[in-house]
Write a protein that binds this ligand. Structure first.
Ligand SMILES: O=C1N(Cc2ccc(-c3nnn[nH]3)cc2)c2ccc(Br)cc2C12CCN(S(=O)(=O)c1cccs1)CC2
Length: 233
């Protein structure tokens, strides 16, 4: 029987990540704007852009608080942030969307997202993803650690020292594996299902870059931060 209990060091790591995850939330007023009166698709798109911008800021702050991240090579830190920004944003959006919002809010937000100029062929996989995240009923520790695992993916473009990233990611994977067994004892493959979501995230991120290209065509404007992190314009 492998050592299942989460040791003191892993508990400290988990606490640091969950605190960072909860400390950095997008400001209520930004998300609330989306819930206000009816907007045109262009206005909806602008609101989603504003929200995505604030999500990226929150993501950068969260990432800086992942134990060990700041001791990585500086350029690799940037490569990891740029390489994971879309996936981490979609994971967090799905988590918030399926947890925090009361149902009527989710319906309104769903309506807004559907009417924001996002092509339907992207809308379907996106909503399937957030429903599949909702069905997992992740505890917040799992959400925070899964987001950290997404960011600490060694095979992002331009990472010079993938082994250093892999060591950090493996530490997180070990904690998450134990947490899943402790939190979901009745579901043998829960940990495997969580990691399966990361594969779905990569697909969404490919859709996203295609979408960006089409949005550039009909000159949708993005903020400087989004242009920087998404490599547009
Ligand atoms: O906006 C989204 N939403 C709604 C949303 C997201 C986050 C919060 C929230 N509240 N508090 N904290 N977070 C609320 C509503 C949502 C929900 C689920 C999935 Br999967 C994904 C999304 C996106 C993510 C960004 N894209 S995007 O394509 O990058 C794009 C950028 C600019 C214009 S379109 C659109 C879909």
């Amino acid at each position: 029987k492998e050592k299942l209990e989460i040791n003191r060091e892993q508990r400290a790591l988990m606490k640091a990540i969950v605190d960072a995850y909860n400390r950095h939330q997008i400001p209520e007023d930004v998300a609330k704007k989306l819930l206000q009166d009816q907007y045109s698709p262009e206005e909806n798109f602008l609101l989603l852009t504003e929200m995505a911008t604030s999500q990226v800021q929150v993501l950068v702050e969260f990432t800086k608080n992942i134990p060990g991240f700041l001791s990585l090579d500086r350029e690799d830190q940037i490569a990891l942030l740029k390489g994971s920004a879309v996936e981490a944003m979609f994971l967090r959006s799905a988590q918030v969307f399926s947890r925090k919002m009361p149902t009527e809010h989710t319906d309104v937000l769903e309506e807004r997202v559907r009417k924001s100029g996002i092509p339907d062929e992207f809308m379907t996989p996106m909503f399937n993803f957030y429903k599949s995240i909702g069905e997992l009923h992740m505890v917040q520790e799992e959400q925070a650690i899964l987001t950290a695992i997404t960011i600490l993916t060694p095979d992002r473009p331009y990472v010079k020292d993938p082994q250093a990233v892999e060591r950090l990611q493996e530490t997180m994977l070990d904690v998450l594996r134990k947490l899943c067994v402790l939190q979901h004892p009745q579901e043998q493959q829960y940990f495997a299902r969580l990691l399966g979501r990361l594969t779905e995230l990569r697909t969404l991120s490919h859709y996203h870059s295609e979408m960006l290209a089409s949005w550039r065509m009909n000159d949708h404007k993005f903020t400087p931060l989004l242009c920087e992190i998404w490599d547009v314009q």
